[in-house]
Ligand binder design. Structure first.
Ligand SMILES: Cc1cc2nc3c(=O)[nH]c(=O)nc-3n(C[C@H](O)[C@H](O)[C@H](O)COP(=O)(O)OP(=O)(O)OC[C@H]3O[C@@H](n4cnc5c(N)ncnc54)[C@H](O)[C@@H]3O)c2cc1C
Length: 444
């Protein structure tokens, strides 16, 4: 922002549609929220700014929601399990590269089709290419969302709204308290632009990974690093915006999906200028990474690799976090805390830059309803990576499977609160728990 302002003239805003529950944002949390609400009997709309559902899965090509999963891991069930079954049935899920792991990586293109079908099966109304800008409020109550799209500025009215934008766009503009990044200096987790390569010798690449058990170890997480190591040994400086490792999913016969190589520590996903800079910076970085593969990656099958495509957008790992009555903490997660208002469980698993906790045992913690309920605002719930937590909990709360549990709980709570003629925050927790169990979620 440059500090100047202009005055907008007041418009009459046409109503595009009305519904019981409006879910803003169609990522893992939003899809689960919409399915949860629809299964609980609500007439539901899912609004998404791009042309497909999936969020980071499809927009940023993040394909492995459950790479961490081990033989004994206790899984939360619900929509995440249903998605996995649908992806396996479409022959669009492969085992991840880590050993041991019983988790899957998804084909992020087929995911778009799967998501369309799933939404249709639950009679949810999709609204794509539609940006939710600000909440439409009466006093402190959210009654819908103002949107911008090719149809112009319109309103979608709803009895309940769920913010699944990842960034908490709606809750922040509704006036709910939130925080962003590190409490010390505001630092956010880095963004990554994923990309796909073709012309890769996959058998050679897999053999290079197999030679070194560290490459595939989920805890060591050293991933594929040999090509980068050779460049350093040859006296090359490490690339400025890259890690010297790479995670990939093979897409035989010649393609791979590349994760982690590019890293932008300056990215702020709530700042349009920062997003613009990051896309340009990281596209340039990807080209440098590919050049390194050509120079040093022949033995690993990368010597003739060609760029197939960049992910649709830079992947954002962290922005706003709701501050609600309870902020779940890293300690509560690691100690397997139990809560009376539990709306789901999650394995004791963390994946952050400085922490890895792989769920080799069946231990888990419970997720309290309070972390999705904003303060000061009525009939709005907030699910996904912007739930209320301390920053040391983010390595868990940003995980897609976790986001889906909070989404499904928000969907069910919103639908039931309409039937109970009470606000989203005052819904009967016991009824939410029962409905979630009916929907296949493990609650206790
Ligand atoms: C490179 C990278 C690698 C990762 N690796 C893993 C991994 O291996 N495993 C894992 O579990 N997680 C991983 N994550 C984290 C995970 O992808 C995210 O934390 C998770 O997708 C968050 O889900 P969400 O539904 O809350 O938000 P998102 O996935 O961000 O979805 C939000 C959706 O809302 C839409 N939206 C946003 N604002 C608006 C608006 N105002 N109006 C309309 N629509 C809007 C967006 O377009 C998007 O579709 C990774 C993230 C990145 C960036």
């Amino acid at each position: 922002m440059n500090g100047k302002t202009v005055r907008d003239c007041a418009h009459e805003i046409p109503v595009l549609m009305e519904c019981d529950v409006l879910v803003v944002g169609g990522g893992p949390a939003g899809m689960a929220a919409a399915v949860g609400a629809a299964q609980a009997g609500a007439n539901t709309v899912i609004m998404e700014q791009y042309g497909c559902l999936g969020g980071n899965i499809t927009l940023s090509a993040v394909e492995p929601p459950s790479w961490y999963r081990q033989e004994k891991t206790t899984m939360p069930g619900g929509v995440g399990t249903e998605i996995e079954k649908r992806m396996i049935a479409l022959d669009a899920a492969v085992r991840t590269s880590f050993r041991p792991s019983v988790g899957y990586s998804y084909d992020t293109e087929v995911f778009k089709y799967m998501a369309d079908q799933m939404i249709k099966d639950y009679r949810i109304t999709p609204l794509y290419h539609c940006l939710g800008t600000i909440p439409y409020m009466q006093g402190h109550t959210v009654c819908g969302v103002i949107t911008e799209s090719k149809s112009g500025r319109t309103a979608v009215l709803a009895k309940r709204v769920i913010d699944c934008t990842g960034d908490g766009d709606i809750m922040a503009r509704a006036g709910a308290p939130y925080e962003k990044g590190s409490p010390e200096n505001g630092q956010l987790s880095a963004g990554t632009l994923k990309f796909f390569l073709t012309n890769v010798d996959i058998p050679k690449l897999e053999a290079a990974m197999d030679e070194d058990p560290m490459s595939r170890d989920p805890y060591v997480h050293k991933l594929f690093y040999k090509t980068f190591q050779k460049a350093i040994n040859a006296g090359e400086k490490p690339l400025e915006n890259s890690l010297n490792t790479m995670y990939y999913t093979p897409m035989p016969p010649h393609d791979i999906n590349v994760n982690l190589s590019t890293y932008d520590r300056e990215l702020d996903g709530t700042d349009v200028l920062s997003l613009t800079r990051s896309e340009i910076k990281l596209r340039k970085e990807v080209m440098k990474v590919i050049k390194r593969f050509h120079q040093y990656g022949n033995e690993e099958g990368l010597g003739k690799a060609k760029l197939r495509n960049f992910a649709m957008t830079v992947g954002v790992r962290e922005t706003r976090r709701l501050v609600s009555e309870h902020r779940i903490t890293g300690r509560e997660i690691l100690e397997g805390e139990r809560f009376e208002d539990t709306v789901g469980i999650f394995p004791i698993y963390m994946d952050g830059e400085n922490i890895k906790k792989i769920p080799y045992t069946d231990e888990y913690f419970q997720i309290p309803f309070r972390i999705i309920v904003p303060q000061k605002v009525e009939n709005l719930l907030c699910a996904g990576r912007c739930v209320s937590c301390t920053r040391d909990a983010v390595p868990t709360t940003r995980q897609m499977d976790f986001c889906m549990v909070t989404g499904q709980a928000a969907g069910v709570a919103s639908a039931l609160s309409i039937q109970q003629e009470t606000s989203s925050r005052s819904v009967s927790i016991c009824s939410v728990q029962q409905e979630l169990e009916r929907q296949g979620v493990r609650v206790f």
